[in-house]
Design a protein around this ligand. Structure first.
Ligand code: IPE
Ligand code: IPE
Ligand code: MG
Length: 246
């Protein structure tokens, strides 16, 4: 099948897992794995832009990752800050639009400022839509949406009867993007780990044992290829889908 004729995902959501095990297998500290994982992230963003994927959402730090040793959390946040400082200009040049999802109030003022500046600078870019989930949790996202809806009801901007799935979806993160078509988790675990719980309702799931620092363009093409072989039925029968029945 030629690259053009495959059914391609518009939006890919990734859990970038396996940095620690990658480092351990080399007898190196976990930080070394995160550093290598960062290089993979850079390559995969570039590959997705090249493959003309519309949206890419990456899980960089979960709301549960604060439970890690203080030193590792510190390293990850520092790496995140350094990545923002070193990468945003190039991403902007490549027309990438950057957005962060998650509860950013937990971060230092400096980090929050870098995040909002990156968003502002790239707001009007029409290339790859890159969303980075930091201090993100799917349950937090749902609760946060519920709170915002409740506030709007309280202020009379909304009626309870207005609340349906479409409206709820407008209050949740990534509301301006199409739903993820393909979910990829590297590192061998087969779980969602509180990622995009609302959004993954009908996403195709792809799990690979490849550790994140070893993931590359060839591997993402393999995942896209897997996706292109799926029949998405959304509750219908296979015949209905083939015959394009309403
Ligand atoms: C993913 O790799 C990176 C983050 C969660 C920040 P891990 O650090 O979870 O790597 P493993 O799962 O321990 O190998
Ligand atoms: C999920 O990976 C979070 C990120 C990749 C940022 P974890 O390594 O934290 O997931 P669990 O704890 O093994 O489920
Ligand atoms: Mg892990």
């Amino acid at each position: 099948m030629s690259e053009d004729s495959v059914n391609r995902p518009r939006h890919i959501a990734v859990i970038m897992d396996g940095n620690g095990r990658w480092a351990r297998s080399r007898g190196a500290p976990r930080a070394h794995g995160h550093q290598a994982g960062f290089r993979t992230t850079r390559d995969i963003v570039e590959a997705c832009a090249k493959l003309q994927i519309e949206s890419l959402t990456l899980f960089a730090f979960s709301s549960e990752n604060w439970k890690r040793p203080e030193k590792e959390v510190g390293f990850l946040l520092d790496l995140f800050l350094r990545a923002l400082q070193s990468e945003v200009a190039k991403l902007h040049e490549n027309k990438v639009r950057i957005q962060f999802i998650g509860d950013r109030t937990a971060f230092s003022d400096k980090l929050q400022l870098q995040m909002s500046e990156a968003e502002k600078k790239t707001l009007n870019n029409d290339g790859l839509k890159l969303a980075i989930a930091v201090n993100y949790g799917g349950r937090w996202d749902i609760v946060n949406a519920a709170k915002k809806i409740a506030t709007d009801v309280q202020q009379g901007k909304l009626q309870v009867d207005d609340i349906d799935q479409t409206l709820f979806g407008e209050y949740i993160s990534l509301s301006h993007l199409s739903e993820p078509d393909l979910f990829i988790r590297t590192g061998g675990e087969k779980r969602i780990s509180n990622y995009l719980l609302w959004h993954l309702a009908y996403t195709e799931l792809y799990f690979t044992d490849v550790l994140w620092p070893d993931f590359n363009e060839e591997e993402i093409k393999r995942a896209i290829n897997y996706y292109s072989g799926r029949q998405r039925r959304f509750g219908k029968t296979g015949d209905q889908v083939v015959n394009n029945d309403a």
